[in-house]
Design a protein around this ligand. Structure first.
Ligand code: MSP
Length: 581
């Protein structure tokens, strides 16, 4: 076994957790108004929608643990537009009924998924209608709207206008040639009608300046570059209304009953509505941090900031962009019949199991693939075996019969940097000092990854430490140590203390991602709710010469396995054994 003199192992200086990057004039406390996109109600939620919401939830929870806030998390449903009008007509129901039903599905899903939203907005609410109409009046008041004959392609499923360069021709299901959006593959239609136009072209330069002055406003970075490239192309004015005789399901243009406000303008303003616009938004605006999928980046990174500048408001502080989930390598779609229902996933993998999978495997920069075996393998190996197994091992009555947080002994585990050799450092080995150094660094690392929208990396670094701790436990085999021998008991208690301390840190750091499992873990360790924040989070204080409030504390009740292993469905077992084609 590798045993370096302890002083060879450099420990990083202990630093306080950094305050996340701050911008804007959002008041003395750091405020954040996190948002998910608001979801279309033309169909039930799927795992892609859930992913958007979980990313925002994990960020929100993480920030809440970092400091006093104040912070908010808004989500909701996008209920107007041609797409909803047509979906309701196809279902033979009134749009308002369809909206109420599907909006309820989203709300229930997010509650079940432990998405800690503080506001759930529906664009059909009166507070939103008022905000949109005020916003429209502000645009008009500044002379940024004009009426014109608009002629061009419209894609109803995407609710957007497209230029000739953004469409292509493909055969439809019957083999007839049909025009589709290059980006989404959805069919487009030629529209020709009188609309209000927004002078978007006037904002090309201000948008460029804003982006150049805020290099981190869109992350991950490749998406920032995408937006800059868009701004090198022509930026035509944007049609911001539809004729009312075609689109009745929407907010009417104030003072012009022949026109309905374009659904994207309506939808984007939701972020202001939840901030209290038009009366009380200054407390929260522009502390807006939007989480959006890559398909709606242009709306959030070009149209929305331009619209905000147009009414004299600042663009959002941050836009976090994520990619998409595919299913066994294919795009999710109704026609392929491969749309994955998140509620079924919760039943199969538990809420925390599925939250963990999506956030651990979801890499915002690239599309990620879902399939059952992958979830089961990941969750069993990391949550059930590595984390759950570790807790089980160090709390087992055979090894810790008194059921307490045992004492740490400095003579067994001397402070690393002061000692030259293994003898002098007690019974701790070089790898043990490496473990201490890794877990010491972990809270800072995790925070840094969260702030850079790399939650998957934060989880990876936690798992690496969990595995290191399992190695520590295995290496010292405390089950072989004899409690009746005072020297061995001292070391046994120290090994248990270090392991429990590691688990305490993992439990605290995992709260934003697997809140129920983290709560179970921390309760088992008897960590009180007020001891679970990131502030004042000191790992292994006794090693650092400080008092440890947990030493000698009775552990919490044993509530069974931390995370029970997931079963592989029978049909997969048969496939693996070759019993099924
Ligand atoms: N209503 C608009 C958003 C308006 S926000 C002012 C909308 N709704 S949506 O329901 O179509 O999509 C909502 C979110 O789900 C988007 O961020 C979108 O990227 C995300 N996803 C939809 N399908 C997805 C996957 N397959 N994978 C991951 N996320 C995806 O757009």
């Amino acid at each position: 076994m590798l045993s370096l003199p302890a002083r060879c192992l450099l420990r990083p200086p202990r630093q306080p957790l950094p305050a996340p990057p701050r911008r804007g004039s959002s008041g003395p406390g750091r405020r954040w108004l996190l948002s998910t996109p608001i979801f279309y109600v033309n169909g039930p939620p799927h795992i892609g929608h859930l992913y958007s919401a979980l990313l925002a939830d994990a960020l929100h929870r993480h920030r809440g643990l970092l400091g006093p806030g104040p912070g908010r998390l808004a989500t909701g449903t996008d209920e107007h537009g041609l797409k909803i009008q047509q979906a309701a007509a196809a279902a033979g129901t009134a749009p308002s009924e369809l909206c109420a039903h599907v909006s309820g599905l989203f709300r229930d899903l997010f509650s079940r998924a432990a998405v800690s939203f503080t506001d759930f907005i529906r664009t059909t609410e009166p507070r939103h209608r008022r905000a949109v109409q005020c916003f429209w009046a502000a645009l008009q008041g500044r002379g940024l709207l004009y009426k014109d004959f608009y002629e061009g392609w419209y894609c109803t499923p995407d609710e957007c206008f497209l230029t000739q360069a953004q469409i292509t021709e493909r055969p439809d299901a019957q083999g007839r040639p049909c025009k589709v959006s290059l980006d989404s593959g959805h069919q487009v239609h030629w529209t020709k009608e009188e609309n209000y136009m927004f002078k978007l072209s006037e904002f090309q330069e201000p948008l460029r300046k804003w982006l150049q002055g805020n290099r981190h406003v869109i992350s991950p970075e490749p998406f920032y570059q995408v937006v800059l490239r868009w701004l090198e192309e022509d930026l035509p004015d944007l049609s911001v209304s539809r004729e009312r005789n075609r689109l009745q399901w929407g907010i009417p243009v104030p003072g012009d009953s022949t026109q309905t406000i374009y659904v994207w303008v309506d939808a984007l303003v939701n972020y202001l509505t939840v901030a209290g616009y038009p009366d009380a938004h200054h407390t929260w605006w522009p502390a807006a941090h939007h989480v959006v999928g890559k398909d709606i980046l242009k709306f959030h990174a070009i149209y929305w900031p331009a619209l905000l500048m147009a009414v004299g408001l600042d663009p959002p502080e941050q836009i976090y962009v994520h990619s998409h989930w595919t299913v066994r390598g294919q795009k999710m779609s109704k026609s392929l019949g491969n749309v994955v229902d998140p509620v079924a996933c919760f039943k199969q993998y538990t809420v925390d199991g599925f939250r963990y999978f999506l956030l651990r495997q979801g890499v915002p920069e690239r599309d990620c693939d879902y399939y059952e075996e992958k979830v089961i393998k990941l969750v069993n190996s990391e949550l059930a075996d590595a984390l759950g197994g570790l807790l089980n091992r160090c709390t087992a009555p055979s090894i810790n019969p008194s059921g307490i947080y045992p004492h740490f002994s400095e003579s067994c585990f001397r402070k690393g940097s002061d000692h030259m050799d293994v003898e002098a450092s007690g019974r701790a080995l070089a790898e043990d000092y490496e473990l201490i150094a890794s877990v010491d660094r972990l809270p800072l690392q995790v925070t840094d990854y969260f702030e850079h929208f790399q939650i998957y990396k934060a989880l990876e670094s936690v798992v690496t430490c969990v595995r290191q701790t399992n190695g520590f436990f295995q290496r010292h085999a405390p089950w072989k140590l004899c409690r009746d021998n005072p020297a061995e008991k001292c070391w046994l208690d120290t090994v248990l203390h270090v392991t429990l301390e590691c688990l305490r840190i993992y439990g605290i750091l995992l709260q934003p991602v697997i809140p129920a499992t983290a709560e179970k873990l921390l309760s088992r360790l008897s960590i009180k709710p007020e001891e679970r924040a990131f502030t004042g989070l000191t790992f292994l204080p006794r090693y650092h010469g400080k008092p440890c409030p947990f030493e000698g504390r009775k552990l919490g009740p044993d509530m069974g396995a931390l995370f029970p292993r997931l079963e592989t469905p029978r049909r997969h077992q048969m496939e693996i054994k070759g019993l099924r084609p």
